[in-house]
Ligand binder design. Structure first.
Ligand SMILES: Nc1ncnc2c1ncn2[C@@H]1O[C@H](COP(=O)(O)OP(=O)(O)O)[C@@H](O)[C@H]1O
Ligand SMILES: N[C@@H](CCOP(=O)(O)O)C(=O)O
Length: 324
């Protein structure tokens, strides 16, 4: 569920009137998503801009001071033919507005659905789309430091406390802190980097058949290694049964798709095993933090950190051979 705020018809009509998109016809809350409230907006339409839009209200976790970065990144990538929705600007040229004390943005609607169990052809297309993104960010004129790196993973886990982690799973405290120690000591340096997505899970990719029609939810985008972004995508796409079963055919297809658009250097390839372990820790730490800090009866469904502990086990055992 992700409509945290009620918006009245008058608020919506007044908002839409600030844009050159026609008149408001309908607004439906979108159930998917976690961080923001989203509505599918229909209007009478306008030349060159269509009649369907996503209205996002930024609720929490997103630093609205960074909206020019996130929304500018959408515009930059879509102008370079990446399957990324552009931001609709209002009549004054502004990319976002406010309703009450909350920031909102109107985003181009892209068709497609998120797949639950990707096929190799779909994974290959996602790998190629990721490489396309990596090739298109070079001349983006804004940057944002990575705030979800190793230091933040440690902070989130320490905030949970060993007892909080043990309540999730008795093995979690030792596993998490020993892995953090390993990553601190071995994290690579000097790999090619730029602004990358950092959260390209299946629910953030819209597909029409085997074709990627939309890459969405750039709100964790930040400057980091290209190979780390590939590792996040690998960890998110190549497993089933809650991380317990690796899907080699999806891994092969994802890596082949990526290689069709961007070649990995030897150093990047050698770093993939540790970057994949880091990707697992990134989602173990944020999910554990949310698990400990979200009431069990909250509207948002908590995501299980142990799904990524299972993936971490896999990468520890097979990562070196897998990416060789
Ligand atoms: N540009 C878009 N085009 C079509 N659907 C979208 C678009 N942006 C978001 N959505 C829909 O809204 C849902 C939630 O959006 P998302 O940005 O992932 O929210 P959250 O950040 O809260 O996870 C997506 O799963 C998708 O169904
Ligand atoms: N993909 C992350 C959660 C981030 O939420 P999102 O809905 O904004 O993608 C996870 O699975 O833990």
């Amino acid at each position: 569920m992700a409509v945290y705020t009620h918006l009245g018809a008058e608020d919506l009509a007044a908002l839409i009137a600030a844009y050159d998109v026609g008149e408001l016809v309908s607004a439906k809350g979108i159930a998917e998503g976690v961080s923001n409230s989203n509505w599918l907006i229909e209007t009478t339409g306008a030349e060159g801009i269509g009649a369907r839009f996503i209205l996002t209200m930024y609720e929490y976790r997103i630093d609205t001071a960074q909206l020019p970065f996130y929304l500018g990144l959408l515009d930059h990538l879509s102008a370079r033919d990446c399957p990324v929705p552009r931001t609709i600007h209002d009549r004054t040229g502004a990319a976002c507005r406010t309703i009450g004390d909350k920031a909102v943005a109107l985003i181009e609607f892209l068709p497609g659905v998120s797949v639950d169990r990707p096929t190799p052809a779909q994974a290959k297309a996602v790998g190629a789309a990721l490489a396309q993104l990596h090739g298109a960010v070079g001349d983006f004129d804004k940057s944002l430091a990575q705030s979800m790196g190793l230091a933040e993973w440690r902070r989130l886990l320490e905030d949970c406390g060993k007892e909080g982690l043990a309540d999730i799973d008795p093995a979690l405290p030792d596993l998490a802190f020993s892995e953090l120690g390993y990553l601190d000591a071995h994290w690579p340096e000097g790999l090619p980097r730029d602004v990358v997505h950092c959260d390209l899970f299946p629910d953030n990719v819209l597909m029409l058949g085997d074709k990627v029609s939309g890459l969405i939810d750039f709100y964790f985008a930040a400057e980091d290694f290209f190979a780390y972004d590939l590792a996040v995508t690998h960890a998110a796409w190549c497993f089933e049964d809650r991380g317990k079963r690796f899907r080699p055919e999806i891994s092969d297809a994802l890596l082949t798709g990526y290689a069709s658009g961007r070649s990995l250097s030897d150093a990047e390839r050698a770093a993939l095993p540790i970057l994949a372990r880091g990707a697992c820790m990134r989602f173990i730490s944020s999910r554990a933090y949310d698990w400990v800090n979200t009431p069990a009866d909250a509207l948002v469904v908590r995501k299980d950190p142990m799904d990524f502990a299972a993936r971490l086990d896999f990468y520890r055992e097979h990562g070196t051979a897998l990416f060789a």
